[in-house]
Design a binder for this molecule. Structure first.
Ligand SMILES: C[S@@+](CC[C@H](N)C(=O)[O-])C[C@H]1O[C@@H](n2cnc3c(N)ncnc32)[C@H](O)[C@@H]1O
Length: 401
């Protein structure tokens, strides 16, 4: 047990990447309409340290929030000193430190001079309506008491521990929460995450790419993507950060303008799938209506009204069978007879024969041809015998009248 705790603590120590206020502001400005009258929960956030807490405290009234809750995990290296003051019972020797929650229901600029930083926890706690309470457990987002807080909340917003990303998202899904969280783009290819994207239960937010984070003092220096500022604060940056959300936003409905033209030499087909390979999102051809394997960065531009993520399945004859995720599949003995012909023709014929609820049936009667339906990964995709990069399988939607 002791060694498990130690391992957990060690793992948690690698998760201390603190988000900058400017990055939070730049993203959150696109979602203002989702917060009015809502309870926001930041469940990986030491209120004294987290800019997520600070952002929502500062903007509490402007957003029209009903309540802001933040819980602090007892692995946080910053937690502790403030508590000596607040609880008056711990001493410095009481490590591991205690976790706590802060609940804010009223934010007032008491003297109206605007000089007080409304993200200042001590200041906020001077208002009797706001409370700081010690948690019974460690503040782990998976603990019963933190789950109870999550159930109470409408929207969860944070940068969760990267090492627990899968579990974190699974919990959000289980409790059907609205959320906006930071993660690594690699998570797109996780078998637990991609199906959610494919099924429109999760999508990317606005910003993707580079982001810099403050890190604790114990983080070691690195050759790249590491620096110390003039105050001695250590920083790390990552080039593949993105926001994951299920909150609607405008960008998700913007049309991607396509310029490139298809030619078979430049866009080779996979050896084993009836799809062309596209190396860059900017090179998605405007005049190709079939299935395309595109880089995972495509998701940054994914408009589900313009494209659909499709999957390859194997028919009863063991050969690849293309069918559209949204338009359904066939019934009974599915064979690949149409797979390299015209998918729309096949779909139309199937729907005329079997009516509208054949989506379910095709899943029963065929099986996915790739380990993650809708994605070609690792050795699954070959072009002239060579392995390709991870690709999302898409095609343009036809607006059938
Ligand atoms: C990537 S950091 C981000 C911190 C803060 N949300 C921010 O954006 O500045 C993730 C935080 O989650 C905390 N954490 C690690 N494991 C946790 C767990 N099981 N439950 C809750 N928080 C955890 C870490 O201590 C760390 O402070």
């Amino acid at each position: 047990m002791a060694s498990k705790n130690l391992a957990n603590a060690k793992e948690a120590k690698k998760d201390e990447f603190y988000t900058q206020l400017a990055d939070i502001e730049n993203e959150l400005k696109h979602y203002r309409q989702h917060f009015k009258g809502k309870i926001v929960f930041c469940n990986c956030d030491d209120p004294y340290e987290s800019n997520f807490f600070k952002y929502f405290a500062i903007n509490f009234n402007a957003l029209g929030l009903k309540k802001l809750i933040a819980t602090c995990y007892d692995g946080s290296p910053f937690l502790g000193s403030e508590l000596l003051f607040d609880f008056g019972e711990e001493t410095k020797d009481d490590y591991p430190k205690k976790a706590y929650k802060v609940e804010i229901t009223e934010v007032t600029d008491i003297n109206g001079d605007g000089r007080v930083d409304l993200g200042d926890v001590q200041y906020l706690l001077k208002n009797d309506k706001n409370v700081l309470t010690k948690l019974k457990g460690s503040g782990d987002f998976r603990s019963v008491e933190c789950i109870e807080l999550m159930k109470e909340a409408d929207v969860v917003v944070t940068n969760p521990p990267f090492s627990l990303f899968r579990e974190y998202v699974a919990q959000l899904m289980k409790y059907e929460k609205k959320f906006l969280i930071i993660g690594n783009q690699n998570a797109i290819t996780y078998k637990e995450i991609f199906p959610l994207i494919k099924n429109n239960k999760l999508w990317l937010g606005y910003k993707t790419g580079d982001m810099a984070f403050r890190v604790p003092d114990y983080y070691e220096a690195r050759e790249t993507r590491y620096w110390q500022d003039e105050s001695g604060q250590k920083w790390r940056s990552m080039g593949n950060i993105c926001w994951f959300t299920n909150l609607e936003h405008k960008k998700r409905h913007e049309e991607l303008i396509l310029y490139a033209h298809y030619n078979p030499e430049y866009y080779p087909k996979y050896d084993n799938y009836d799809a062309i390979n596209v190396d860059r999102v900017s090179e998605i051809p405007c005049d190709y209506d079939g299935v395309m394997g595109v880089p995972i960065t495509f998701l940054d531009k994914y408009n589900p009204e313009q494209f659909e993520i499709v999957e390859f399945r194997k028919g009863a004859d063991g050969k690849d069978l293309i069918y559209s995720n949204l338009r359904g599949g066939g019934r009974l003995s599915l064979t690949s007879e149409y797979s390299s012909v015209d998918v729309d023709k096949w779909i139309n014929e199937q729907s005329q024969r079997y009516g509208s609820e054949w989506q379910e049936q095709v899943c029963k009667d065929s099986y996915p041809a790739t380990s993650i339906p809708g994605m070609i990964k690792n050795k699954e995709g070959l072009i002239k015998g060579k392995i390709t990069y991870a690709r999302i399988i898409i095609r343009k939607r036809k607006h059938i009248s």
